[in-house]
Design a binder for this molecule. Sequence first.
Ligand SMILES: *Cc1c(COP(=O)(O)O)cnc(C)c1O
Length: 377
Amino acid sequence: MAKIPFNIPYFVGTELTYMSHTIAGTKISGDGVFTKKCHDFFEKKYDFKKVLLTTSCTDALELAAILLDIKEGDEIIAPSYTFVSTVNAFILRGAKIVFCDSLEQNPNIDVAQIEKQITPKTKAIVPVHYAGIACDMDSIMLLADKYNLFVVEDAAQAIDSFYKNKPLGSIGHLAAFSFHETKNIIAGEGGMLAINDDRFLQRAEIIREKGTNRSQFFRGEVDKYGWVDMGSSFLPSDMIAAFLYAQLEQIDAIQNKRKQIWDTYYNRLQVLQNKGVQLPYLPQGTTNNAHMFYLVCRSLQERSELIHFLKEKNIQAVFHYLSLHKSEYYKEKHDGRVLPQTDRYTDCLLRLPFYPNLTTEQVQLIAQAILEFYDLL
Ligand SMILES: *Cc1c(COP(=O)(O)O)cnc(C)c1O
């Protein structure tokens, strides 16, 4: 049987055409025609106050950390079960990360644990919408109000997903998205910062443009541009934006394909819950953007055996994050609290192949193999 890999990037077919338009137009640097089209698309479709394309979600998070004036001694509350970029952005500014455990029902941050960790030094909460499923944003925003904290949503996986009818990435003060080739909408490498608080609108574009007011200059708002703040180069080439725009035009079709795959997996594998294997859980008011399909096995050994069993059948299933509070870089800096759910997801969570061109037959085959492994056929 042909190998079923974990991911195959999906191309809609118009990416190269649009990229060639940028070359024909002789402007291939950042903030060109296609960047503007992408910005308009997001601001219209998802109601973000303002968005700025960046070269990655990592960069969008770094831009956010500069924007919030994070400095040495500040504390940031984030889940430990996440990608390193969620917290690296704040580490780079000298902050300390205070990790919280995940929920038992899904890998999102357990909001009930956040308040105990808030100190006078706390500056921001960084929730991660794991698998595109929303964190408990009402509670997080209430805490932020109560203690005067900022919220930066790590919405890397969360495009086109909603919380109580609000798009993810539109709720926190700032939010970061990814267009890495493993995400729903791709540009190879790419990202975006959504800015939902007026206070940050002007400074965000300055920091993204090397600390200059070049964006205002191009809009004719100032008659020359110069160095007005600290900054870096966070804007992608318009060729990347052209690629991304081709994908965005097809977002509904891409999402439909992904949701179909997700539903097929879910329907076929629901029965695993009788054996104590956990499936994705969507709290009330959240939607599913079909970013990922995962199982949570009952033990590390079971997961290793299942990975091996599937590999023998040419199916590539992969585990995910390793607890950041136990990482080589951070274990000495962590305050020693045990985070049992984080460790359980580290050991037991398994992601199944997921990409738009995965056929229903292939999904059935993968599900069949898993049911066989659990003696459920
Ligand atoms: C993919 C991902 C990132 C990083 O995105 P890049 O665009 O590769 O920088 C950050 N956080 C989470 C939760 C992710 O899944």
